[in-house]
Structures are given as C-alpha cells and as structure tokens.
Design a protein around this ligand. Structure first.
Ligand code: MRU
Length: 370
C-alpha cells in the first residue's frame, strides 16, 4: 500500500538478504519505527511482543524465521534436526493464529527435501517470499469478491453512504497488502462507493484505534473510532449496514476465532439483522478442527496489558495505570464466533456460507485431508 506516496509493506527482506525488516506496530500511529530481525530469537520476540501481529503477517514473519534459522545455522550443513527444533520454537510463539504453524510447516517441508546447505538456505528464502506474495494476492482477490457485497448495499441505499463496522486490525499491516477485512473496504473506496467505517478501538491493545484508524486515514477512507461497546447501539439505530472482520483461525465447519469482542459484535449483528462477514485467506482455515469453541486454543496474555493503557503524552509514548495495581486482571486475547452467527466468508476463491459443505465446496481439495 502507498503511505504518503511511498509503497510500503509491514515486512520485507533487506537487500543484503541477511536482515528481515518489519514495521514495529507497537509504536504506531505515533512513531514510525522499522525494526531488524536477524535471528530466530528476534522473530519469536517480534511475534510474542506483537511488533508484528495479525494472522497472515504472523505466518509470513515466521516463514522468514525459518530462513533465518537456516542462514544462521551453527552447523555448516544446516542439519534437519536443528531446523525442526527451531521450527518448533517458532510455532510456539503465539497459539491462536493457525497461519503461524501453516507457514512454518510449508517452508520446512520444502527445505527438508534438500541435502545441500546453500540450497536449503535459498529454498527457505524463496518459500518465505512466495508465501508473502501469495498472501498479498489472496487479499487482493478478497477485495474483489467483497466489493460486490458492498456494491449491492450501496445500490439498495441508492448511493447513500454505506456504513461498515470492523473490529481490531485486519488491514494491510496485518496481511502484507490490502488486508482481509479492509480489502473490500479499500476496493469499494477505490471504486468510488461512498463508505464510512466504524472502527472499534479494540481494547486492550487498541489495534483498531491505533492501526486501523491510521491505515484508513492514510488512504483517505472516512472513518470514526468508537468504543468496543458502541457497536450494539449503532446497529439498533440503523447506523451499520455490514460488519466485516478478519480471523486468526476458522474451522472447516465455519467457527471463527478472532480478536476478543468479535463474538459480541456477531450477536448484536444477528439481533439487528445486519450481515456479519468474515474475510480470510485459505491459510487461516484450520482443516483439522471441527469445534471452534472446544478446540481452538485461546491466547491469554499478560494482565498488565489490561491494567495499563498506552498513548502519546506530550510527544512521548507512555503507559499509564488505569485499574488498582493489585486488582487481578484476565487478558483473553480472542473469542470464538460460532458459524451460525456468520453470514458468510469472503475468501480468495469467492464468497461462501459458513458451513462445512459450502467451505469445502470452495476448497474441494481439502476434503482429502479431513
Ligand atoms: O492480537 P492480534 O493483533 O494479532 O490479533 C489480530 C486479529 O485478531 C485480526 O483480526 C486477525 O488476525 C485477522 S488479520 C487479517
């Protein structure tokens, strides 16, 4: 995407091929900082501490982690056992986004077929780059497919503003290019459809208020930041035409794990008869899990992310305490929206209903792995 006229992605490989560059998303929107990842430990820390976040980007970063593991192997032969152990460490960085294990396994499986060290290194790099390009292209197609849904609402409203609501950041920052939930939004904007986006702030780390608002603002998309609890009220008053969110893991039966609070938006949308769409690339489907509520691992993060809030204070980013220091806090980072509350999925292959039959109808080759 272009930021201030300059093409930018949230991750890229430096020209010397030794360093992976990322935008440090903890500092946005107040500071724009590029960080260097040189080792597997750097990659794990960047994922855990959320310098990078969002399911597709976590996957791509981890894929580059496999490349860095091969590049920096202490053994000149780049032994397979060593690579397998490093990949286990990478996959344990965060539990919920299935893209992490998917991307690591994809790179590893190619590398393990080779027995020459330099070929392994170059294969790992090419595979990581391939995943990054494929995710960018998937998001572009998600935008094309989602555009027709927004177009239809605009037509029914006779060109009046289409009000969309999104939660967390499922934008290009989370996905290389375009985003998942934001891809149809950017496509609609670029096609001249009058749209406005309600941006849930997304406590505790405020990915909506910090990142989605920044992205949309840079692209010129009309938007308004709201508290996480405002969505129900807006829906009751006809101020939301469609909800679009991303996901970190979606079962092949249609249950959706996404940022905590997504489920409540889906409930409110159902109660108010508002379409609730989930945009995702196929890398975010978990083809092994059937029951999202019972089987998707939900990350629990440091309670201090709840007790403190971060913002800009006289030019410096600071954290301030908002609860009694000694009050226990519980930080569940994701929740699961059952398939029955999802109107449909917007994928790179098209739009489908949230059912096993329709999902496998779009991805028939996955039937064999189930
Ligand atoms: O904790 P985060 O910021 O990694 O959570 C991100 C989300 O929940 C996104 O909505 C999801 O990954 C979809 S990203 C395209």
């Amino acid at each position: 995407m272009k930021i201030d006229g300059k093409a930018l992605r949230p991750i890229w490989l430096d020209s010397d091929l030794n360093v992976v560059k990322i935008i440090d998303q903890r500092r946005l929107p107040h500071e724009f900082v590029i960080a260097d990842l040189e080792t597997v430990d750097d990659v794990i820390a960047a994922i855990k501490e959320m310098y990078v976040r969002g399911a597709p980007l976590i996957g791509v970063t981890a894929a580059y982690g496999v490349y860095l593991a091969a590049l920096n192997s202490p053994v000149k032969t780049v032994g397979n056992n060593y690579l397998i152990e490093e990949c286990k460490r990478l996959k344990a960085a965060r539990p919920t986004a299935v893209n992490l294990a998917w991307a690591v396994n994809k790179v590893l499986s190619e590398v393990l077929t080779l027995n020459n060290a330099s070929k392994k290194i170059s294969m790992a790099r090419k595979e990581a780059e391939k995943i990054a390009e494929a995710e960018a292209e998937n998001c572009r197609k998600i935008g094309e497919h989602g555009l027709s849904l927004i177009h239809e609402i605009s037509r029914k409203k006779q060109g009046d503003t289409v009000n969309l609501l999104t939660h967390c950041n499922a934008g290009w920052l989370a996905c290389i290019e375009y985003g998942t939930a934001t891809a149809p939004i950017y496509a609609a904007f670029n096609n001249g459809i009058d749209i406005h986006v309600w941006v849930d702030e997304t406590r505790p780390l405020n990915q909506g208020a910090r990142l989605t608002a920044w992205e949309l603002g840079k692209h010129g998309v009309k938007h308004t930041v709201i508290t996480d609890n405002a969505g129900g009220h807006l829906m009751q008053h006809g101020m939301v035409d469609m909800v679009i969110v991303g996901t970190d893991r979606t079962t092949f039966t249609g249950d959706v794990a996404n940022k905590i609070g997504t489920y409540l938006k889906a409930l409110a949308a159902r109660d108010n008869n508002i379409p609730f769409y989930v945009a995702l690339p196929s890398s975010t489907f978990d083809w092994k899990i059937k029951d999202g509520i019972k089987e998707i691992p939900i990350e629990e993060r440091d309670p201090d992310e709840i007790r403190y809030v971060q913002g800009l204070d006289r030019g410096t980013i600071r954290s301030v305490l908002i609860s009694p220091k000694e009050s226990p806090a519980a930080n569940f980072a994701f929740d699961v929206t059952p398939a029955r509350l999802v109107t449909g999925f917007i994928t790179e292959r098209g739009v489908c209903k949230a059912s096993e039959k329709d999902i496998l109808g779009l991805f028939p080759e996955k039937k064999v792995s189930i």
